[in-house]
Design a protein around this ligand. Structure first.
Ligand SMILES: [Zn+2]
Length: 281
């Protein structure tokens, strides 16, 4: 044993008889776990360390994949919950419907990593998600009316009304809901909350429905230009106000057509881009 030559581990510096090579497969696995700059070989101790990091990395990846899969399942399940809730509404099983609607809202909170009650329209500010806004608005509208049935749900009714006011201005069902809320106010057990909701929706002015449908989300720069034109040019002139009034009576229906057809969407987007460019000068 006198010819024993000790080697020094390039990783930890320990003197050992033997260094274990890190093979390509191991290198790849470590790289996917975020570990780079590997020496060609290390001591048995360091090798064990690396092995456990690989298995940890694999474990984390599986966990992340499971989480994603769960989200996909939840996302699909939310559609069923809405269907179920609407059926229950028709059967006048209101408290059961409320449970399904609340579950639907919890799912959205989980998917977008929000705390309870923290959903906001900004989360859905891209084209793929913006359709959800109308669904959410209709959910809060039903919840507001369900919670109105019992005085012990006053707080929940107020919360639903508050959310409804925030979401509805981004949705093409805005004029419809406002009209229905106006008549609901007369029969509601808690008319003060409905009244407050209507006041809020008037303060949060409605968006340009057609432009929003064409660009698929309210934050598009073209939409901003058109909105400014409406506020600065149209609303300050008599004929302009007439136009705006006429536009708001007509536009939700047009917006719905546009929403359903990708061809109309492309045409509307093209025309509005031209118009916005022209107005911007
Ligand atoms: Zn070592």
């Amino acid at each position: 044993m006198d010819n024993l030559q000790l080697k020094s581990c390039p990783k930890c510096g320990a003197s050992v008889e033997e260094l274990l090579p890190i093979e390509t497969g191991m290198k790849v696995a470590l790289a996917s776990a975020g570990i780079a700059d590997l020496p060609p070989s290390v001591c048995a101790n360091c090798y064990d360390n690396y092995t456990s990091k690989v298995s940890q990395g694999v474990k984390l990846r599986i966990e992340a994949e499971t989480r994603e899969k769960n989200k996909v399942m939840l996302w699909k399940n939310r559609v069923n919950l809405i269907k179920q809730a609407r059926q229950l509404m028709q059967q006048k099983a209101y408290s059961e419907a409320a449970v399904s609607y609340e579950k639907y809202l919890r799912i959205l909170e989980v998917i977008y990593s929000k705390k309870k009650g923290e959903l906001s329209p900004e989360i859905f500010n891209n084209s793929k998600k913006s359709k959800e806004i109308t669904v959410i608005a209709s959910v809060y509208w039903d919840l507001m009316r369900i919670y109105d049935m019992s005085p012990k749900y006053g707080n929940r009714m107020a919360e639903s009304a508050d959310k409804l006011a925030k979401f509805i201005v981004f949705s093409s069902i805005y004029p419809d809901i406002v009209k229905r809320a106006e008549s609901f106010q007369r029969s509601a057990k808690n008319p003060a909350i409905v009244k407050h909701f209507l006041r809020q929706t008037r303060t949060n002015r409605p968006r340009c429905f057609i432009a929003t449908a064409a660009f698929e989300y309210p934050g598009a720069p073209e939409v901003t230009v058109l909105r400014q034109f409406r506020d600065k040019q149209l609303k300050t002139r008599f004929w302009g106000r007439k136009c705006v009034y006429f536009y708001y009576r007509l536009s939700p229906r047009v917006a719905q057509w546009i929403d359903r057809s990708s061809v109309l969407k492309t045409i509307a987007r093209f025309l509005l881009k031209k118009l916005a460019k022209w107005l911007a000068y």
